[in-house]
Design a protein around this ligand. Structure first.
Ligand SMILES: NC(=O)CC[C@H](N)C(=O)O
Length: 210
């Protein structure tokens, strides 16, 4: 479809969740954005966003629509993927507090705890220092029944953490190669710097991963 020199085509997995907000944010970050439900549609995009929503439902629908295996194959081939919240859970190699039969796409060597902040706070908003953004100050982090990253493997770069009191630190943004994940929802804020960061990753990856 596109080449690295033209505008990248970025899909949004449109089985469930806040698809429309990501389509808008991607368009504003200079990508050609389109919803993806079926394997044929996945084959047409250079990269994909897995939105926020409900990861157990999203996982079931991904299996039902036959896109789980094709997604895993594209991840293995190096396709850039950005997951927010439920999307972060979908990118985790291992999850805690998931349903017993809950499958993920996987790809990031991390353990993610579902609804982790929920034990203290269902939803909250907080400034997040996001490594890799050259300017503009902290990102406005919207956390909705959000997961956190409990631990990461050696190949995973931590891009943001939240500090709670003096001791607890929770990882809320990570990158491993072409895979990016945040516990929070930049698509709900009107600040599209994290989407622009992802679109830059997509440009750098080119379109050789199909
Ligand atoms: N805002 C979100 O995406 C919430 C994620 C949800 N708690 C889940 O486990 O899937």
């Amino acid at each position: 479809m596109s080449s690295s020199s033209s505008t990248p085509v970025v899909g949004v997995l449109a089985l469930q969740g806040d698809v429309r907000e990501h389509l808008v944010a991607l368009a504003e970050a200079d990508a050609l954005a389109r919803p993806v439900r079926r394997p044929e549609e996945l084959a047409e995009v250079d990269a994909i966003v897995i939105p926020g929503g409900e990861s157990t439902t999203m996982s079931k629908l991904a299996l039902l629509f036959g896109v789980m295996e094709p997604l895993r194959a594209r991840v293995a081939a190096g396709m850039p993927v950005y997951g927010t919240c439920a999307g972060m859970i979908m990118l985790a190699d291992k999850i805690l507090d998931g349903r017993d039969d809950q499958e993920t796409v996987g790809g990031i060597d991390m353990v993610v705890r579902r609804n982790a902040f929920g034990r203290q706070n269902e939803s909250f908003e907080q400034g997040v220092d996001f490594k890799g953004l050259a300017e503009g100050g902290p990102v406005h982090g919207v956390f909705i029944r959000a997961p956190w990253v409990e631990s990461v493997g050696a190949g995973v770069e931590v891009l943001a953490s939240l500090h709670e009191g003096t001791d607890a630190e929770h990882i809320v943004a990570v990158r491993q190669g072409n895979l990016l994940a945040t516990s929070f929802h930049p698509e709900l804020t009107g600040d599209h710097r994290v989407h622009a960061y992802f679109v830059e990753m997509v440009r750098a990856a080119g379109s050789h991963n199909k």
